[in-house]
Structures are given as structure tokens and as C-alpha cells.
Design a protein around this ligand. Structure first.
Ligand code: SAH
Length: 463
């Protein structure tokens, strides 16, 4: 972003414009929406400028701009349609301390004027940094159509009512009041009786919200997927949109956390696979504490919450506290990793079952039915299998597995830094320790990357 969008305070301040032709008039159309004092300097002003001056909407000075003319101006526009004159007046205005915009000259301007959708006091500004005015116009047209014409009236009356609403507790309660006002009761009142009906409707609505019982909190146990934000479910996105509190694992990516409602409190529970920064009991207590206070808590877990996610403990904690909890599934790492290597997790005639196994459990390296896993054609996705690689390799070989069994390690599945390392069971170690894996990784037993994909793997990574 080369231009930072802000709204400049111009009430009672000066906006000065140099130029008397079409370009000046075009700029004035939007400048005159403000409550600024507008001065126009033009040696030969267009007839419309005379009219605006007669209506006292602008101060018209019939001569070229000179030193001191732009003193105390909040903004200055050079709109002479003449490069030399624009450069001259821009230098003067800068010396007078004003921020300068030169019409159709992005490079020499201090600011740019966006396309505007005006529902004062609601203003939408659309900028493309000069790159695509057509796009800005299309977005503006789209918003003009979508935003109700009465939005400004609702916002203005709503603003005057703000203090009365302080009676409701901050957060969820107040938000639900305003959401009812803008999207239900407000528009309905205007339709019934015009703007005069809004204030009485606000009073009724407030009474209703004050007398309504304390809203109770709730918990969504949400799968954040493997890391690519596009792999979130719509349900997960909706939960993030309305969350008051988001409690997430360390594996949940920044891109996904950015989708949380801006006002949401975001807490890093710091759990990363095996070994946790925050004890599970503390996480359970945190979820319950916020939900008890009336919050909509989103417990955001990597992948799918039902896969190696200690979901039962969190569900049980909610149940014990009488807090409603809902599970929103996500794409588990094994699914993303299988997509990454272009292979199916099951295949007719090869394997009719697939196992999700963990390298670790609470007691250390996890034990499994090694004899079954060692049989030919088996497919397993090993989670949390980095440190356990040598142990797993040893157990499988001991139970008669073929050392040539394909094994594929997928690090950072679905993310831009995804890595695919193809090896065999016989070489799982030292491959794992020698591959400098720092991100989360799934290890597939019994699957090799599809040929065409393996070609894309840089030489040194395809061991
Ligand atoms: N509930 C998660 C798993 C949590 S256990 C899920 O369904 O995916 C944590 C383990 O998941 C990691 O050690 C790693 O084995 C795996 N994992 C999570 N995200 C991953 C990713 N993007 N790429 C590869 N493995 C991942």
C-alpha cells in the first residue's frame, strides 16, 4: 500500500483550489460535499463557478493563485489543466503548508482523492492507487446499488442515541442492539413512518434489549484446516466473523487469524503437536471462563478438531459448565498432504482402509498394531511423527515390513512453503533428520508422490 487511507478533518477549515475549467468543476462536485470553506482561484472562471460564488458555496478569487493564498488550507487542489501552472501553484501551496493534489498527476501529489459512496456520515472510499479507475467506478456502482439510501439517516440518528445505549453492557449485548437497529428495526421504522419513526423505534428496541435476559456464551470448536485460508469451511469463516474470543493453536496460520472479527480477543494457546505451551486444563478453563462471561468463543484448532485435537477434554469441560458447544469440522492434514502429492488415500485393490496414527501419545512414542501396518499395501498417515521416525521405522521393519515400501514426508501441507520429500521405509531415517524440517509434517507410509508432481520437487529436496 503506497497510499494510506485516512479521513481528513475539514469542518470549518479551508480547502483551496486553483483552476477555472472542467477539471476544477469535477473536483468541486465532491469537495462541496464537505463542510469545509472552499476557495477557488481562477483568472477566467467558468460560468458555473460564478453561480456557486453567488450561492455563497465557494469564495471565488478572479486571479491566479499567489503566495499566502493557501495559508491554513487543509487541502489544496491544482486543477489548471496546464502542467506548468499546476507545478507553480503546487509549489506555492506547499510553501503555505498545505497538502497538495495535482489533478491527473499521481506522482507529484501528496494525496489522492478516492471514489466515494456517500451515505453521510457513512462514507465508503475506494482507491486503486491510480491503477484502475474503471475498477473503482465499478465497485462504486455496485456499492451504490447495495447500500440502502437511508443508511445515512439511520447512522445519524443512531449516533445521537449512542449514550442511551450505554445502559447495555459492552460487547455482545450492545452489538446485537445495533445490529437489530441497522438491519431490522431501523429500516422497518423508516418504511412505516419515515425518518420521524426512527427515534421512537429506537426507544422500543432499547427497552426490549434491556429487559431481555443475559445472553449466555457459547463455544465453537472449529477446524482451521491445514493452513491455506482458502481451505477454511464457510461455517468456520462465519464463526470467525462473529467471534468475541478466539483461542488458537500455534499451528493456526497468521493468514487465518486475520479473518477473525477485528474486535475479537485473540489468545494463543501455544499448543504445537506433542508438548504444549499451555496446559490442557488451563485451555479448558480459559474457554469456559470466556463463555461464562457471555462471549462467543471460537476454539480454533489446526486441521480437523476431531483428529488428534484433544477435543473430548474441551467438550467435556463445556458440558460440565453447561455451555453449549458445537463442532465445526475442518480439513485434516492428511487430506491436504494427499492432495499435495496427487494421490488417493484409498484405492481399489490396494488398500480399502487408511489409518491416521500418531507418533506420540501422552506416554511418549505411541504403540500401534505394527504387524498390520507392516503388511504390504497398507496406507497410514503419521501425525506428529518427526521425532518418532526412527522408532516407527524400527518397529515396522522388525514386524517384517519391506524396506522398499514408499514413504513420503509432506511438510507445511497446503501452504506456500509446502515441501514433499519422497523416500522409502528403509531410508526414513536418516532422511527425516537430514531434511531440516521445521514446519508441521505428515508422513505417509505406503504412498509415493505421483510421478508428475515429484518432478516439481527441487533436486536437493527429492531424496
Ligand atoms: N487436528 C490436526 C492435527 C493436530 S496434531 C489435523 O487434523 O490436521 C498436529 C500434527 O498435525 C502435526 O504434528 C503434523 O503432523 C500435522 N499437521 C498439522 N498441520 C499440518 C500441515 N499443514 N502440514 C503437515 N502436517 C500438518
Amino acid at each position: 500500500m503506497d497510499h494510506f487511507p485516512v479521513f481528513v478533518a475539514v469542518a470549518g477549515r479551508r480547502i483551496v483550489l486553483s483552476g477555472g475549467g472542467e477539471a476544477a468543476l469535477a473536483k468541486l462536485r465532491i469537495i462541496l460535499k464537505t463542510t469545509a470553506h472552499v476557495s477557488v482561484f481562477a483568472a477566467d472562471p467558468h460560468a458555473d463557478l460564478h453561480r456557486l460564488a453567488a450561492e455563497r458555496r465557494i469564495t471565488l478569487v478572479r486571479r491566479p493563485l499567489d503566495h499566502g493564498d493557501a495559508l491554513c488550507a487543509a487541502l489544496f487542489y491544482a486543477a489548471n489543466e496546464d502542467d506548468a501552472e499546476d507545478a507553480r501553484v503546487a509549489a506555492i501551496a506547499r510553501a503555505d503548508g498545505a497538502r497538495v493534489n495535482i489533478v491527473d498527476n499521481l506522482g507529484d501529489s501528496d494525496f489522492i482523492t478516492p471514489a466515494i459512496v456517500d451515505r453521510d456520515p457513512v462514507t465508503v472510499a475506494i482507491g486503486t492507487e491510480g491503477a484502475a479507475p474503471v475498477l473503482a467506478r465499478a465497485i462504486k456502482a455496485d456499492l451504490e446499488e447495495r447500500l440502502p439510501k437511508d443508511l445515512g439517516v439511520l447512522a445519524r440518528i443512531g449516533k445521537s442515541f449512542r449514550h442511551a445505549v450505554d445502559i447495555l453492557p459492552m460487547g455482545r449485548k450492545r452489538r446485537s442492539f445495533w445490529s437489530d437497529f441497522y438491519f431490522n428495526d431501523g429500516p422497518a421504522a423508516i418504511e412505516r413512518g419515515g425518518p420521524e419513526a426512527i427515534l421512537p423505534a429506537l426507544g422500543d428496541l432499547l427497552d426490549r434489549h434491556v429487559t431481555a435476559g443475559q445472553t449466555s456464551g457459547r463455544v465453537d470448536l472449529v477446524g482451521a484446516g491445514p493452513g491455506d485460508p482458502d481451505l477454511l469451511t464457510l461455517k468456520a469463516r462465519k464463526a470467525l466473523d462473529t467471534a468475541d474470543v478466539v483461542i488458537h493453536d500455534r499451528l493456526v496460520t497468521k493468514d487465518i487469524l486475520e479473518l477473525a472479527r477485528r474486535e475479537a480477543l485473540v489468545i494463543d494457546a501455544g499448543k504445537e503437536g506433542f508438548g504444549s505451551a499451555m496446559a490442557q486444563d488451563d485451555i479448558d478453563a480459559l474457554i469456559v471462563e470466556h463463555a461464562r462471561a457471555g462471549a462467543h468463543v471460537v476454539r480454533l484448532k489446526a486441521g480437523d478438531p476431531t483428529v488428534f485435537g484433544r477435543l473430548d477434554e474441551e467438550l467435556a469441560a463445556c458440558e460440565a459448565a453447561g455451555i453449549p458447544a458445537r463442532i465445526i469440522p475442518g480439513i485434516t492434514a492428511a487430506s491436504a498432504a494427499a492432495a499435495g502429492i496427487g494421490q488417493s488415500l484409498t484405492r481399489r485393490g490396494r488398500n480399502s482402509a487408511v489409518r491416521f496414527v500418531t507418533g506420540h501419545d501422552t506416554k511418549g512414542y505411541a504403540d500401534h498394531d505394527w504387524k498390520t501396518l507392516a503388511a504390504p499395501g497398507q496406507v497410514a498417515a503419521i501425525y506428529m511423527g518427526k521425532r518418532a521416525a526412527r522408532f516407527i521405522q524400527g518397529r515396522l521393519l522388525m514386524h517384517g515390513a519391506d524396506p522398499a515400501t514408499p514413504v513420503t514426508i509432506i511438510e507445511n501441507a497446503s501452504r506456500t512453503d509446502q515441501r514433499i520429500i519422497a523416500t522409502t521405509l528403509g531410508n526414513l531415517e536418516p532422511t527425516m533428520s537430514g531434511s531440516d524440517i521445521t514446519g508441521p509434517a505428515v508422513t505417509f507410509l505406503g504412498l509415493a508422490p505421483r510421478e508428475a508432481l515429484a518432478i516439481d520437487i527441487p533436486e536437493q529436496e527429492a531424496i
